[in-house]
Design a protein around this ligand. Sequence first.
Ligand code: SF4
Length: 947
Amino acid sequence: MEYVILDIETTGLDPEYSAIIEVGAVLVSKNKIQAEYSSFVRYEDEVPYNIKKLTGITTEMVKDAPPLSEVLKELGAFIGKRPVVSHNGFSFDFKMLARNGFPIEEKYDSMELAFFVLPTNPTGHSTKALSGYFELGDVPHRALEDCRLEFDIIKRLLKEYASRPKDQLSALKWTAERGGWWWAEMLPGKPESQGPISGLVQAHVPYRKRDATQTQMLLETKKIDTERVRALFSPTPEYLEERPEQRDMALTIADSLNNHTHCVIEAGTGVGKSKAYLVPSVLFALENQIPVIVSTFTKALQDQLFFKEIPHLCKITNKDLRVAVLKGKHNYVCLQKFDELAEETLQTLPTRSLYEFGHDEVKFTPRLAVVLLSSWILTTGRGDWDELPYWLVDRIHKNIEGDVCNSDELCTSGICDLFDAQKCFFAKAKLRAGDADLVIANHAVVLSGIIPTDGTEATTDDSDEAEQNGVQPNRTHAVFPNEARFLILDEAHHLEQAATSAWSEIVSAPGLQRLLQQMYGKKGVDKRLQTIAKNKANERLVGLATNFAGLEQDTKLAINNLFDDIIPAIMPPRGTSGWSEYLAFSTIEMTPDHAKVLKDSLSNIASRLRSMASILKAFADDEENPVLKKVLTIRARRALITADSIDIITDDGPAYVRYIERRGGIIEIKADLLSVAETLKEEVYDNFESVILTSATITIGQTFNFFDDRCGTNLVEAAKIKHRLLPSSFDYEKQVQFLVPEGIAYGSGEAVRLHYELSKNLIEEGVIAAGGGALILCSSHPQVESFYNDLVRPFAKSGLYLLRQIRGRSVGSVVREFAEDVHSVLVGTRSLWQGVDVPGPSLRALFIIKLPYDPPGNPVNEARKETYGGGWRGFSEYSEPLAVLALKQGFGRLIRKATDKGVVVMTDDRILRKRAFTTSFPKGVVVKRADKATILAALSALRPSGE
Ligand code: SF4
């Protein structure tokens, strides 16, 4: 096999504005480098400082070199008709060459091979990461040397890959050849189909055998030794810094776990709260052989705890910990769906390219996605979609994620073979969660998993088991075993929001259509009912099956009528802001006709769903086949749950706020709890032995009143709960400057555009002055896209790499990428305001575009404001405290350790007039107005030393 490896050096990262200054290539044949080509390219300007520093190429080296046209001609002759390989070539080298009139016909990117061989490499797939992995030394950043290094990496990758089990090599080679992947020829192994890829996936390996006595509710637990906890927070030879607040926090938590009490702790940034709660949790879990659940609001923090904190924890406690991460089921790849997609896409030999080359990007076809994901599926232990690297997810079509991720509730034993075989990733995640010392979950999983003890809403084996074990706490959990009654809720400032969403009743057209699909679609139950009735020759069942079939059309019509006619007639026309649009039922009720039509239509659908459920239940009661009985029962339950949600939505009781929301073209009809305080008390504080609620931003004006009121901790008996406020240990006066630029005023209407333009211009100059290392916090996804589109080019021209948060995708991998490079810049919204922990110079400048008030119009917020008296009082007692907490969170991203220094630039001057905000920051933070020159000087001073 003969091919050319190519690399270029340039004056920047933007293919449009940067110049090529060096070209290198090697010709590989018979697995050896047979020839080499290298040349500088003439460049008459000054080589930028950062490029000179990175590559060692100086202006003198290139000013008299041959012109690009001559070099490209020679390069063309060197390549001939051979295929060309470049690492990250699709993102850069090939693009850059094409813009300079040198399109390459047959081109391949070795990032794909790197991912195929090392899909879960924690440091990624860049040349630097791979060179580090194979211990090949620093990347030279010189074109020819980089080509040689690249060839070494390819050889090492293939050698490493060859050590995989034989059946994997055969299956993957078969898949790669079938998929038409160019790299297939180089892969070792004999191509042979081994059946579906799921067949080769490892089954769950239990950590410890569940002992029957362990499932009893352990009211008696052994106490952990607080002296041991204290010792683990004493200075060590490697870590001399004394952190009294962190030790205090750990001891407080140890005390709560030991005595089965609750605790609310605000721990300022720098206290090191993750370690402070993880250490006592792990000691307590190991001492008692029961799991402690750590729950975060964001998936980003879940990943951060798992990848960053847990390895450190194992080291300091000297324990081999069993830690499980558990996310919602849609995060996991469904092996059954993946097998189906693979079969569908690999059925025929490829006739088309595996790549779709657009103007500025390359997309991977489903066929290529199947080839690459097959290797990942056989390597990943978790099957968590968030584990995939940013560059790959960005190239795979969004619908592939929906095609292969878990969405069906029929994921249970006796129905899916992969579940029974304990191969299914979601099933394994749940088994691990029931088997671990520490479970890192999120608030959505924890709160929505709480179910009544009779298990009526359970859909998993775990809940079935909980039902049968004779334990009778008030509530059980769909996922965790009963002894998991010790809970740490981090990011507790989001608890009200998380509980509101977890316990929200929602009806939407896609949700109802999915339900009908499960009843009447390709894999629906209606045909089965007819077959059962016929086979049993049972007239009653024949009649019921006919009735069931008859419900399809009527229900479809009712759903279409509701979402296509009634709601559009009631709701105002769709706006263009990108915000959610709402219509509260309380507003509709001002027009009684509309309210009646809407409620009648919903009730009509609910009554049909109840009819379906009762027919399914009749069949289930009559059914002897246990699998079929289970399928019918689960479908009936699904229909009933939806009908119950509709009942709550159409009811008039004061506990809920009912409204219609239109978001991104999807309409949802919802009922949210007006207050979650009572429910949190009943479902969480009364049911868990010990709940620790912590965050860096809980208090307003040094008091817990707002949090207690919103989250129901004031309803817990005083002896069972305590509060602690632990200040930050940072010296903010020395470490941070908080600047509000002169001449940029936040405004509404026409002024919004001007505010955006002025902010963008300042950010462009400011980020370039700081040399990158900046986080830009926006208030919406459309704003993120605008900043990204406007700034990506100018930043690239200055050698800065702009990353962005992508709507609907976890931010874990993009934050990891941002943290790795001190010259990168990240722009994002909501999820980046909290839970992002990037200490050191990678994050040294923080731009905040506006005060983080929730957008107006949300009926739940409006109704909650009314409970404070509405108007200005509602605003100042509900909306403002929420915005203060959000801003404190955003600010907290910047200074993460005692040696960090940074600048905050806030382009919303309203902050200067609002004491609630300026007085809420930690001691030493002074919010000041500053002119542009001062801001740019402050940012320039942040440039990494030597630049
Ligand atoms: S149990 Fe559900 S998610 Fe798991 S493989 Fe089966 S169908 Fe897919």
